[in-house]
Design a binder for this molecule. Structure first.
Ligand SMILES: [Zn+2]
Length: 457
């Protein structure tokens, strides 16, 4: 069994036991843990953050400098877990049924561990690289990156500046009609966080009135939630659908590349038996706007003068916050005001690059049947920050899931988050091959997986 894989399993279990629920985050303990792992390999990690309890950890494997750095990045915070809904404790790092269970197992402490171990291994082996390989374990991604990647880019860009980055999200296996595809993120939607506000005549709760602010905001969000916004054709989704179509039987193979037509999309989305896959596909065809918070009034017998709904909007590449606001007004009318509270524009790169070729070669080597496809992520990641430094960011955190019905999309922010033990061991080997080949400027040869390289230190 692979030593690198075994180490990944033990390190991930330990990291999962450090509770970094955001809010409040408290990532420093996790950053220190990662720093210990890196220092043990002879690297000199930096712990740095805006406040003592929100530290980031950065380590650099120095290369010849012939080429610009590669950044391996992962956020160390996790979203909250409700332990009563979990089969095994979310901060236990326990192994059951072939899986390591815990909040952060796939989002994304596994990538933190895999990346740090790859850098540590290259250091121990004394591998001569043509570019620096930087590891960044960052705070606060789940709350918008203010203490993590965004802070680093604004205050210490020299620590994290890179030509390419590998991070969230992509590289995990997805089963579609019996074929395995590996989506690799090359773009992500923008995030537009909005407050919708309805006003009305305040008064006594004993006296019904027509323009009740609570009722008006309720009607607006109900309408918004029931409506799929207009579709927009994008190059990245066209490429994705064409690539997926090649791995599908007829008629999906013929229909998928035509999903930019609304009628085809409506038809096909209904046919996809897997509702999770259908939802993920619908999300990349349109801008979206999801009501998440309602606020209004404070007393049963008082009609308030206003009521609010907070809406999580996501915009496609090529679409602005103003475009999205216009589409929402078209659905709910103009009686409700929309204020944009936060606007994080979409990110997109041209997928074609030597690093892309390296990832594809490594996936082919370790899963000859798998089909790598470039993909647009509906969510946002630290790529929003890194790309401000001109970095080309790919979402690539390889994990192979067994054919047991477990799916990445269900586990992400879900109850019972877990990662397959064998899939993690597979992933760290794939990542090692990619980083080693790319950082040493060598091609990955086709053929069966090679045995784990021996440790020379
Ligand atoms: Zn994440």
């Amino acid at each position: 069994m692979s030593e690198l894989g075994d180490e990944a399993v033990e390190q991930l279990r330990a990291l999962l036991r450090i509770d970094t629920t955001n809010p409040p985050g408290n990532e420093t303990a996790a950053a220190e843990y990662m720093a210990g792992l890196l220092a043990a390999a002879g690297l000199a990690p930096t712990l740095i953050g805006e406040t003592p309890d929100r530290k980031n950890v950065i380590a650099r494997l120095e290369g010849s400098g012939e080429k610009a750095p590669l950044l391996l990045c992962a956020h160390l915070d996790v979203v909250p877990a409700e332990p009563e809904s979990w089969t095994h404790p979310p901060f236990g790092g326990e192994i059951h049924d072939g899986y390591i269970w815990g909040r952060g197992a796939i989002d994304m402490k596994h990538m933190a561990v895999m990346s740090a171990l790859v850098v540590a291994r290259l250091k121990r082996e004394g591998v001569k690289t043509v570019r620096d390989v930087i590891f960044a374990g960052v705070a606060d991604e789940e709350a918008g990156c203010d203490h993590g990647s965004r802070w680093l880019v604004d205050n210490h860009p020299e620590l994290v500046r890179a030509e390419y980055a590998l991070g969230e999200a992509g590289g995990f296996s997805v089963r579609m009609n019996g074929r395995v595809i590996y989506p690799i993120q090359v773009a992500e939607k923008g995030a537009v966080w909005m407050k919708l506000r309805a006003t009305g005549r305040p008064g006594h709760g004993s006296m019904p009135r027509e323009n009740n602010a609570v009722a008006r905001i309720g009607a607006a969000v109900a309408k918004l939630a029931a409506t799929r916004l207009p579709q927009h054709r994008t190059a990245v989704v066209d490429r994705y659908l064409r690539a997926v179509a090649k791995a599908q039987p007829f008629p999906a193979s013929a229909l998928l590349p035509r999903m930019h037509h609304r009628a085809v999309a409506n038809f096909l989305l209904k046919q996809i038996p897997d509702k999770g896959v259908a939802a993920a596909m619908a999300a990349v065809l349109s801008n979206t706007a999801v009501p998440t918070v309602l606020r209004g009034g404070g007393k049963t017998n008082v009609i308030p003068g206003f009521a609010e709904a907070w809406v999580d909007g996501r915009s496609l590449p090529g679409q602005s916050a103003a475009d999205l606001v216009r589409e929402i007004h078209d659905v709910i009318g103009h009686d409700v005001e929309i204020a944009v509270e936060r606007d994080m524009p979409p990110v997109e790169i041209d997928p074609q690059s030597p690093l892309w070729d390296t990832m594809v070669a490594a996936l082919k080597r370790h899963d000859p049947e798998g089909v790598p496809v470039p993909y647009l992520a509906p969510g946002f990641t630290d790529a929003k920050s890194w790309s401000r430094l001109g970095t080309r960011c790919y979402g690539f955190m390889p994990v192979r899931f067994p054919d047991d019905g477990t799916r990445f999309a269900d586990l992400f922010h879900g109850h019972d988050e877990r990662i397959p033990v064998e899939g993690l061991k597979w992933g760290v080997q794939v990542l090692y091959d990619v980083v080693r080949a790319f950082a040493t400027d060598t091609a990955i040869a086709a053929g069966p997986p090679i045995a784990d390289p021996p440790i020379s230190a």
